[in-house]
Design a protein around this ligand. Structure first.
Ligand code: IPE
Ligand code: IPE
Ligand code: MG
Length: 247
């Protein structure tokens, strides 16, 4: 457990980017237009996060449940993802940002998988900044995948059932090499986590912003970080223990 102290700049921020559809609807535009504007917000927020000093930024871009949406919306989203990856590669390299993904990316269209591999490979040596895209991600399927891999390791003798623990199990999650999110933001006024990083956010501070994702800007991110800075992360301790510098 990392020691609780005065909250400052979160090392890892995870964002549920929500509200593209409502943004478009409010303007009488097709939902895809909201997603298009949402992609512009991604670039702005990635840059703003770096300026604030946030080292890890995880964006929930497509959930395992989003396959239930209309086919034309799904293909539009996949097209935007392909466009985003092609357009951002130079920018990521220039800013020394490593791209990673979490989720069952093997089910994404082949052209998207190709672009993803290309960008991941081209940025893999950057250490300063990490952008994680959650794609075809769902916490429950992540846990199922991890449980399967953990059980296989027990069968193969590389793990012992008697040593089963959160520390050992968490090494089989998609997020094995990432720190846990310190701050979880959801935009658009919804107050739920929609199957996103349920275990990893066990001690994340949560900030819910009423702003729709296409309108979310650097000032909104800064406001969420400021709110985080005012929180006391207690991890089960008392305020008095924390003030006394325990444990
Ligand atoms: C978030 O915006 C983007 C994705 C889920 C891909 P929505 O499309 O969920 O927007 P609303 O919630 O309908 O406004
Ligand atoms: C969560 O948003 C998924 C993403 C932001 C990618 P949704 O809009 O799909 O979530 P629900 O359906 O409102 O819970
Ligand atoms: Mg939504």
């Amino acid at each position: 457990m990392s020691s609780p102290g005065p909250a400052k700049i979160p090392q890892h921020v995870a964002i549920i980017m929500d509200g593209n559809g409502r943004w478009a609807k409010a303007r009488g535009l097709p939902r895809l237009e909201g997603h298009r504007r949402g992609v512009e917000t991604v670039r702005t927020v990635v840059d703003a996060a770096r300026e604030i000093g946030i080292r890890y930024l995880t964006l929930y871009a497509f959930s395992a449940e989003n396959w239930k949406r209309p086919a034309d919306e799904i293909s539009g989203l996949m097209g935007l993802l392909d466009y985003f990856l092609k357009r951002e590669l130079d920018n990521l390299i220039k800013n020394r940002v490593r791209l990673l993904t979490i989720g069952r990316t093997g089910a994404l269209p082949a052209n998207v998988q190709r672009e993803l591999s290309r960008v991941v490979e081209a940025t893999k040596d950057f250490k300063e900044w990490t952008l994680v895209l959650a794609l075809n991600y769902g916490s429950r399927s992540e846990v199922a995948d991890a449980a399967r891999a953990y059980a296989a390791a027990v069968q193969a003798g590389t793990e012992k059932l008697a040593d089963a623990s959160w520390e050992n199990f968490s090494r089989y999650l998609y997020t094995a090499h990432l720190p846990e999110p310190d701050l979880l933001i959801r935009t658009s006024g919804e107050h739920r986590v929609s199957n996103f990083l349920l275990l990893q956010c066990a001690y994340a501070e949560m900030v819910f912003s009423p702003v729709l994702w296409p309108d979310f800007g650097p000032a909104d991110l800064q406001a969420a970080v400021d709110e985080y800075g005012r929180r006391e992360r207690r991890y089960g301790l008392t305020t008095e223990q924390i003030k006394a510098g325990r444990p």
